[in-house]
Design a protein around this ligand. Structure first.
Ligand code: ATP
Length: 271
């Protein structure tokens, strides 16, 4: 957990991202400590996904910098950041539909080992990658689907497959962008439990999520963005009771209640 004498795994320092005249991220700084499950939350359009993209190199920060284990990631392309230990599980799930669930994960494991998608394609199903694939499917709870094709899987399984693919890269920092979106409350609850379990096994995680009930349940610390700015950070319950956070979400009313309801969905509440 956070402590003054611990070195952050990741530090964002004064990160600003502008798209033309729009400042999507405005001078945001925060740290992620080894072993943490950090929730990055905020209303629609707050800048959460842009922040993740600035960390992974999908968008370039206009100002500021991001360091991983003290080393600047500035200017590094996405694949170099992956090599250094970042892995992003995306909101949109796009597996290869013609190969099995297991081969999808084995392929990702191959990319991690060869850093070349082409080589990993030729290596797919080699024993070691396959073993990593099976291990990751176990980890996300879908080992029973290993030999099936992704095309016939429901969204809940596909989300877990996407997570298994990202975990196959053996990341130092695992970035999850709205993994619970589109799931019913029972599925969301189960997947959030899996995410907490992955964290307990030692994987440091940044979780972007609108489902505040699950965020409150599994995250150890929160960073809140609104209009591109960091408006609060700290222990979840204290953050949820922060007047600035209440105002950002609901105009100051019932964020604490919304936060503890299992089905709470800030995106819905905000709409
Ligand atoms: N590539 C882009 N070009 C221009 N504007 C963008 C781009 N990406 C994001 N934005 C804008 O930046 C702002 C922040 O968007 P972002 O998607 O990061 O927010 P978010 O907090 O992830 O929102 P949500 O919860 O709705 O997914 C929004 O105003 C969005 O329209």
């Amino acid at each position: 957990m956070t402590s003054a004498n611990k070195t952050p795994l990741l530090s964002a320092n004064g990160v600003t991202v502008r798209f033309g005249g729009l400042t999507a991220i405005d001078n945001v700084s925060f740290d992620v400590y080894p072993g943490e499950l950090l929730g990055l939350i905020g209303p629609n359009g707050a800048g959460k996904t842009t922040m993740l993209r600035a960390i992974t190199g999908v968008v370039r920060a206009t100002e500021g910098n991001v360091t991983l284990e003290g080393e600047s990631l500035n200017g590094l392309p996405i694949h170099k950041r992956i090599q250094k230990g970042l892995s992003l599980s995306q909101q949109l799930v796009k597996p290869f539909r013609e190969i099995s669930v297991l081969d999808n994960v084995a392929l990702a494991a191959g990319v991690a080992r060869t850093h070349s998608p082409l080589k990993s394609l030729m290596h797919v199903s080699q024993k070691e990658e396959e073993a990593i694939g099976r291990q990751m499917l176990e980890r996300v709870g879908i080992a029973a689907h290993a030999d099936q094709k992704p095309g016939i899987q429901p969204l809940g399984i596909l989300k877990r497959l996407e997570m298994a693919r990202a975990l196959a890269l053996k990341p130092k920092l695992f970035l999850l962008d709205e993994p619970l979106a589109g799931l019913n409350s029972k599925e969301a609850n189960a997947l959030a439990t899996t995410i907490a379990e992955i964290n307990r096994q030692g994987v440091t995680i940044i979780l972007i999520e609108h489902n505040l009930g699950e965020v409150m349940r599994i995250c150890q610390r929160l960073v809140v963005l609104d209009n591109g700015r960091k408006i609060a950070s700290g222990e979840p319950r204290a953050v949820m009771n922060d007047p600035a956070v209440r105002a950002a979400y609901l105009g100051g009313d019932t964020i604490a209640e919304a936060g503890v309801k299992e089905t709470a969905h800030a995106g819905d509440a905000h709409a």
